[in-house]
Design a protein around this ligand. Structure first.
Ligand code: 6PG
Length: 245
């Protein structure tokens, strides 16, 4: 059962209820599509989406018209698509391999490519396959995660300037592992119709509270810059991650 803090902050008992909300949200949006239109979704990576993808594949396989959805990514690690670190592999293993879906509706970030070249290539993929709003590619829905350090997509606090890049995508570097990542920027994130930030687990309670209570510290968090012009930002939290707001 969800309790609504406000239209932008929804708190659920667990990840399954978050997944149920997402599935029903997408069904409603897909039902509004005109003939031949697609609902464009940018996925996030990390561990939280695993449970979401599994739940959707088990409970929404036949209720979401998956072939009316086109999937992209908000970020990708610069690793091959069969690498255990790949956000693409995570989605294939936990969702795409389990639903009635045609691969042609997938535009993955090529983690195996040279990062500087893939940033250009994926920026063009977004330009060529998304509608435009304000002269920039517009996603219908962007699923974002939230790091304990306040990162989102692959924009980390020590590279927060990447969020305000004039490019669609940038090469980012994980501050601890040094792993190169490809990430969409705020130019794309804040141009989307709907953005959801999913925060689950006790380890996210502090960062969630800092951001939603607008602490001084949170001003340095990239996730604090997520503010879609559409006004449609939805925080999807579980009870433990929301316990300090
Ligand atoms: C990634 C994600 C990243 C993730 C957060 C939270 O590629 O890792 O896009 O932004 O959403 O790090 O990750 P968890 O869900 O594992 O906490």
């Amino acid at each position: 059962m969800e309790f609504i803090v406000n239209s932008k902050i929804k708190v659920f008992a667990n990840t399954d209820e978050i997944s149920e909300f997402l599935g029903n949200f997408w069904i409603a949006k897909i039902n509004e599509l005109k003939e031949g239109e697609h609902y464009t979704i940018a996925l996030s990576g990390g561990n939280t989406p695993i449970k979401i993808f599994k739940y959707l594949s088990e409970h929404f396989n036949n209720s979401i018209e998956w072939n009316k959805v086109t999937f992209f990514w908000g970020d990708e690690r610069c690793v091959p698509p069969n690498d255990s670190d790949s956000n693409y592999k995570l989605a294939v293993d936990n969702l795409f391999s389990k639903i009635n879906f045609r691969d042609k509706n997938i535009f993955r970030i090529k983690g195996e490519a040279d990062p500087q070249q893939e940033v250009i290539a994926y920026s063009k993929v977004l330009e060529d396959n998304l509608e435009k709003l304000n002269g920039a590619p517009k996603f219908d829905f962007i699923l974002l995660g939230l790091g304990e350090d306040g990162h989102t997509a692959s924009i980390f606090p020590n590279e927060i300037e990447l969020f305000n890049s004039t490019n669609n995508c940038e090469v980012a570097t994980h501050p601890i592992s040094g792993q190169k990542r490809i990430s969409i920027t705020g130019k794309i994130i804040n141009n989307a119709e709907t953005v959801s930030i999913v925060g689950v687990g006790n380890n996210k309670a502090k960062v969630v509270s800092e951001i939603l209570n607008k602490s001084e510290l949170s001003k340095n968090y990239p996730v604090s810059l997520v503010n879609p012009e559409s006004g449609n930002l939805i925080w999807l939290l579980d009870e433990v991650s929301a316990k300090m707001i």
